[in-house]
Design a protein around this ligand. Structure first.
Ligand code: PEP
Length: 256
């Protein structure tokens, strides 16, 4: 299975800055057969960057999209409109769930719409600090996972990527709040087992599962060697070319 290194730029960089930054990344990145490097710029930059990108080296992802194909949805952009521009879309990121109140139902519609439009969904799931404290982690993860994927056909499920991002570990500056590789290992095993139970072992075993939560060059190697982790979803460190390219190199080393 390929490894994935995904950079979520969130609401950072102007269109011009995004283009300059992408240029820098393209200069420093090689075309790897076994590593898929993906960046998710803000929506306004996606189309111009799609003309600049070298897809052999880096692919583009949207950070969200509206599941309706067209219509009276002021301010929204649909998966249909992103077709041919982005190859991937992050769906159900914790900021979308918590700041913009996206429900599992909306997220499920987004996963379906992405698949209908040949865009690979990267479905994010993760428990909050409070849910973790109250021992609800596994229930929350199961609900988010199956809530997002129920109804996906046997054929389409093979095109989905899952990202486990504990909300309490996102964008932390404190080492004490980083998720430990052991903790992640048990959770990845649970996610894999849930996928196996619902979609069959052969399919479940082949769905890529990424980890995200304050990944940096100093911890990327440890996270990438957790059994069952097939890549990383990176926020803050993806905005710094030295750090992002170092993480890609680490992924390459771990893979070989
Ligand atoms: C994220 O928001 O998806 C993320 C993982 O951010 P960070 O790497 O900054 O924790």
């Amino acid at each position: 299975m390929k490894s994935y290194v995904v950079g979520n730029w969130k609401m950072n960089f102007s269109v011009g800055e995004s283009s300059v930054y992408l240029h820098k990344l393209l200069q420093r990145t090689h075309a790897y057969r076994d590593i898929e490097v993906i960046v998710a710029p803000s929506l306004i930059a996606l189309q111009p960057l799609s003309l600049q990108i070298d897809r052999k080296k880096i692919r583009l992802a949207a950070q969200t999209a509206n599941p309706h194909d067209f219509g009276a949805f002021t301010g929204e952009v649909s998966f249909t409109q992103l077709r041919g521009i982005a190859d991937y879309c992050i769906i159900g990121h914790s900021e979308r769930r918590h700041l913009f109140h996206e429900s599992d139902k909306q997220i499920r519609s987004s996963v379906a719409s992405a698949l209908r439009n040949q865009i690979t969904p990267i479905l994010c799931i993760g428990e909050t600090d409070t849910e973790r404290t109250f021992g609800e982690t596994y229930d929350v993860l199961r609900d988010q996972l199956l809530g997002g994927l129920s109804g996906v056909s046997a054929e389409d499920i093979t095109k989905v990527i899952v990202a486990y991002e504990p909300v309490w570990a996102i964008s932390t500056t404190s080492d004490a709040r980083l998720a430990s590789p052991d903790e992640i290992a048990s959770i990845i095993q649970f996610i894999r087992q849930t996928l196996n139970e619902h979609f069959g072992q052969e399919v479940g075993e082949n769905i890529p599962i990424l980890y995200g939560g304050s990944v940096k060059p100093t911890n990327a190697g440890a996270y990438l060697t957790v059994p069952g982790v097939n890549g990383l979803l990176i926020g803050g460190a993806s905005l710094i070319a030295d750090q992002f390219t170092e993480i890609i190199e680490i992924a390459k080393k771990v893979k070989s």
